[in-house]
Write a protein that binds this ligand. Structure first.
Ligand code: NAP
Ligand code: MG
Length: 492
């Protein structure tokens, strides 16, 4: 009986994996051999004449050379932003600013396919995701904030909202275009000018956005995009003429930034790491919950700050959930991110893959039991099989530290109080998920979980109108929604 069942499952897995390839065409986007810095409305060479390579993590091939901005380039960009702020942008009525932002949103939609292809080639995420999530959500952010540009006094009644000046913005590699949109759209809507630095591994879609901004005829200097590594970001943070820092990235770098701006007048929002608890109660619809867990951690290779990386299952359904989860893991397709069938694409870089592998070793040394899907993975490129750890101690490093890969820890609980305590036992507090049939449990947990976002019977849902941000070491300030306007304004 058991053998028959196993054979049926095996057949099911094999047929799921043997879809005919459905690759997206690379021809939707041409990638230049070299990209320059976008300063004052023009693409310009870096003064230090240095360039670095951007590679495709799925194949390890070089895609392009990207300009590295030094301190002198950062200074030029900040000066351009200041000049644009003083001479044009801060004087422009909100209604006019809004028109530019709407135009950028529409142009992103027109170039959506090209943006999705570039995002996938440069960062390794499945095309399905860049096409259906990253690019449309990025365009939606511009649409949403365009609508606020002429309504700021209604957003903050009885206040006089005033722009801050120049915003220095730094984003990570996991959602390159979307994070750029989260940063630029509210800054422009509130009348600020921008210098944005993308992550060194994933600069290409931000540079595409620079092309769109140029074509949209945004006044020169209102948005400047300067590429480079950590040192470029640090030079931007430390520039004396920047009024606000908006940073998304690791808690480690967030702390460095907080220290370096302490005692200055610079305002800051920091969106940092996470280690989200996803909680399944025994009354939850288990198939949906398992699918939600898979979406929550294996989506985007686990390169998601709000990934549901700690699963808590109520003891009475633990065995059933674990079996369903293992079955589902076998059907996930890991491989070519450009293939529309792919569920899990490439890990963003070799360093990140090494980091994930380091945690797989740590987990085993700590005594947890590791289970990896047996799915095949390509020989070239950076890939990691979806992995789960059971028999995990609450104090273990794999359950306390952010791994930022397709790795899930599983623990059990008996009561609501117990799971609240376990879920809150983390230095982070960005997001959480709850799966149950009972509204009362949802309300109880959403009030007691120390997390910026709590999803109920769903996971990883985003909307430009809804604020996002963390508690504790996950940072401070909110992005998105009405809340996302305030950090770019003086509200007196
Ligand atoms: P990271 O190393 O902190 O890098 C983030 C950005 O900061 C990159 O552009 C990076 O440049 C730059 N940077 C590095 N050192 C800097 C310094 N000393 N001063 C100023 N800028 C500096 O983070 P990551 O590894 O790229 O991204 C993963 C992290 O981001 C995870 O911890 C994740 O949880 C977090 N994240 C949080 C959210 C959220 O909304 N809370 C969203 C997405 C990601 P280079 O990359 O070029 O070195
Ligand atoms: Mg790349």
């Amino acid at each position: 009986m058991a053998t028959k069942k196993n054979n049926t499952l095996k057949l099911k897995f094999e047929s799921a994996r043997s879809y005919a390839p459905a690759p997206e065409s690379r021809s939707a986007a041409t990638i230049n051999e070299r990209y320059e810095l976008f300063i004052n409305g023009k693409f310009d060479k870096p003064q230090g004449k240095k360039y670095f390579d951007s590679i495709n993590p799925a194949t390890e091939e070089k895609l392009s050379s990207i300009a590295e901005a030094g301190a002198a380039d950062v200074d030029r960009a900040v000066k351009a932003a200041r000049n644009a702020y003083d001479t044009t942008w801060k004087k422009m009525p909100g209604k006019e600013r809004g028109k530019y932002i709407f135009r950028i949103a529409r142009m992103m939609q027109e170039r959506a396919r090209e943006l999705a292809v570039v995002e996938t080639l440069d960062g390794g995420k499945p095309i399905r995701e860049s096409r259906d999530f990253d690019v449309p959500t990025a365009a939606n952010h511009f649409f949403y904030y365009a609508g606020w540009a002429d309504k700021l006094e209604y957003a903050f009644p009885a206040k006089k909202p005033q722009s801050l000046g120049v915003a220095g913005q730094i984003v990570p590699w996991n959602f390159p275009l979307l994070m750029a949109a989260w940063k630029i759209a509210p800054a422009l809507a509130t009348g600020n000018t921008v210098v944005l630095k993308p992550a060194e591994n994933t600069s290409l879609t931000a540079l595409r956005l620079a092309e769109i901004i140029q074509e949209a005829d945004l006044p020169p200097g209102v948005v400047n995009i300067i590429t480079g590594a950590g040192a470029t970001g640090a030079a931007l943070v430390n520039h004396p003429d920047v009024n606000k820092i908006a940073f998304t990235g690791s808690t480690e770098v967030g702390k460095i930034i907080a220290r370096s701006i302490a005692g200055t007048n610079k305002k800051a929002t920091l969106e940092l790491g996470g280690k989200a608890a996803n909680i399944i109660f025994d009354d939850a619809p288990l198939d949906q919950a398992v699918e939600g867990v898979v979406n929550g951690i294996f989506f985007n290779q686990g390169h998601v700050c709000c990934a549901g990386s700690r699963l808590y299952v109520q003891e009475s359904v633990y065995k059933e959930v674990l079996r369903k989860l293992k079955d589902r893991l076998e059907t996930l397709i890991v491989g070519d991110p450009m293939d529309k069938n792919t569920d899990i694409g490439a890990i963003n870089s070799k360093e990140q893959l090494n980091n994930i592998n380091k945690y797989l070793k740590i987990g085993q040394q700590e005594g947890a039991e590791m289970y990896q899907s047996s799915v095949p993975i390509p020989a070239k490129g950076f890939y990691c099989r979806p992995t789960i750890f059971t028999n995990v101690a609450q104090s273990s490093r794999i359950s306390q530290e952010e791994i930022f890969g397709p790795v899930l820890t599983i623990q059990t609980f008996r009561t609501e109080d117990e799971v609240i305590e376990k879920a809150n036992n983390s230095p982070y507090g960005l997001s959480a998920g709850v799966w149950t049939d009972k509204g009362s449990k949802i309300f109880n947990l959403t009030t007691k979980l120390r997390a910026g976002v709590v999803w109920a019977n769903t996971y990883n849902q985003f909307d430009p109108a809804s604020p996002f941000g963390g508690y504790k070491e996950s940072g401070y300030g909110r992005e998105g929604g009405l809340h996302g306007l305030a950090p770019y304004l003086n509200l007196s």
